[in-house]
Design a binder for this molecule. Structure first.
Ligand code: FNR
Length: 179
């Protein structure tokens, strides 16, 4: 089985990218989970699409998503929602409209997120469900909401042991969900 885990943050020291790294490391034996970022995806502009088509960075991410049995999206929380960078990438990935279903339709999808705040991106994750449902993803119902990320996914030093266990069991359950 092959999974793709996408970080919704472009920041080099992103907690969400660290969470993706942790999930990649936590994949059960026999499951390959590859990390993806949104680097190089421009802002959606219908004129650009019309003149130049779909950007290469979008096409290559799409190919990786299509090649995966399941997708994990790590969303930061900005003002209680999914950051524009992530929404923008999802929007590009639904273009042209005929690509929405093959990219997202019925694809097992897990939502996770990390924040230094106390609610673990609960608001961003709840809001994102509307978008992911619209895309036709098959949503994994479990939560992984990482709060106090500056402490449990620190700049230097070890990942919190409880979070490690949580990540391993989240991955195991997601793999079981995919079947
Ligand atoms: C934030 N942050 C934030 N955190 C949170 O828990 N709830 C929120 O509503 C917000 N809002 C918010 C808005 C904007 C514009 C920024 C830049 C930040 C803090 C955010 O969780 C923090 O910057 C994380 O470090 C972002 O994730 P990455 O980049 O570390 O993955």
């Amino acid at each position: 089985m092959k999974l793709i885990a996408i970080s919704g943050s472009l920041r080099a020291a992103s907690f969400n990218t660290r969470l993706v790294d942790l999930l990649v490391e936590s994949a059960p034996q026999g499951v390959e989970c590859e990390k993806a970022t949104l680097k190089g995806i421009p802002l959606y502009d219908g004129d650009v699409e019309e003149e130049h088509g779909i950007p290469q960075a979008v096409e290559s991410l799409r190919a990786r998503i299509k090649g995966a049995d399941g997708m994990i999206i790590a969303t930061p929380e900005y003002n209680a929602g999914m950051p524009g960078v992530l929404k923008n990438a999802l929007d590009w990935l639904t273009r042209p409209g005929s690509e929405m279903k093959p990219t997202f339709g019925h694809r097992p999808t897990a939502l996770v997120g990390a924040t230094p705040g106390q609610f673990g991106t609960a608001f961003a994750q709840a809001g994102s469900l509307i978008n992911l449902r619209q895309l036709g993803c098959q949503l994994f119902p479990d939560y992984l909401r990482v709060s106090r990320a500056d402490q449990v996914l620190p700049d230097s030093g070890a990942v919190d042991a409880d979070l490690r266990k949580q990540a391993a069991s989240f991955m195991e359950n997601f793999v079981r969900f995919i079947g």
